[in-house]
Design a protein around this ligand. Structure first.
Ligand SMILES: C[S@@+](CC[C@H](N)C(=O)[O-])C[C@H]1O[C@@H](n2cnc3c(N)ncnc32)[C@H](O)[C@@H]1O
Length: 214
């Protein structure tokens, strides 16, 4: 697989054009469905004074949406410099008081050097990366309380869609690929790191798992 043998393929795939498109979609329609599911589950937990680490933060929607919940600070980590810059501008334009730091790089490589956070989120990120164990191991290592992540459901129609999507990337000579990872494999990474599943929700294409430290 070509993604992330050196600099992550996501870094060039998630370019300024896509960041602009995501920003306009968010401004018109609010958070996408997977983000809405994740936010609604996270909001069930007390957030006051906690630190959030959003991995694969994109344009910073989760940090923005949770800004009013009394978080002490947020860290946005992303492999794409263009998305991280878009997130920085987006957050600054919407909430100058939010304490945010921005970490560029492949999270599988940067996780070890990041400070711990109470809550770690990955919204539609594991599907961008071949080594899901490395991403989730990193998330579990940094999370004091909760790891919540959304992922494409392991269903035939989702897999079929990804085959078409990946053929399109191949045709365009884009080394980025999208992945449907096994929910069992992902669960076993978090369980071996001492987490228990507190919620699982599924919509047509996306699922959410929320784990808390046992
Ligand atoms: C599909 S976008 C989702 C963005 C945002 N979480 C959302 O749901 O709107 C995936 C994001 O994850 C980032 N990403 C993918 N693999 C990554 C990795 N290994 N480390 C850090 N960020 C990664 C990409 O650069 C991109 O911004």
């Amino acid at each position: 697989m070509t993604c992330c043998t050196g600099p992550c393929a996501a870094a060039s795939h998630f370019n300024p054009k896509k960041a602009d498109r995501d920003l306009r979609r968010y401004q018109r329609h609010g958070p996408d469905i997977s983000t809405r599911i994740l936010l609604s589950e996270i909001r069930r937990w007390p957030l006051q004074g906690l630190h959030l680490l959003d991995v694969g933060a994109g344009i910073g929607v989760i940090a923005l949406e949770l800004a009013g919940a009394g978080l002490a600070g947020v860290t946005l980590a992303d492999a794409s410099a263009d998305y991280l810059e878009a997130a920085r501008r987006h957050l600054a334009s919407r909430d100058a008081s939010l304490r945010a730091q921005f970490i560029l790089g492949d999270f599988a490589a940067t996780a070890g050097s990041l400070p711990d956070a109470d809550i770690v989120t990955l919204d539609r990120v594991v599907c961008c990366y071949p080594d899901v164990e490395a991403l989730l191991r990193g998330a579990a290592a940094r999370a004091r309380r909760i790891v919540a992540f959304t992922y494409p459901r392991d269903e035939w129609y989702v897999r079929a869609g990804f085959v078409v999507e990946n053929s399109w990337y191949r045709l365009r000579q884009d080394p980025f690929r999208a992945f449907v990872h096994s929910p069992q494999r992902m669960a076993s990474v978090l369980e071996s790191a001492g987490f228990v599943r507190a919620a699982r929700l599924a919509k047509l294409q996306w699922a959410l798992d929320l784990y808390r430290r046992a």
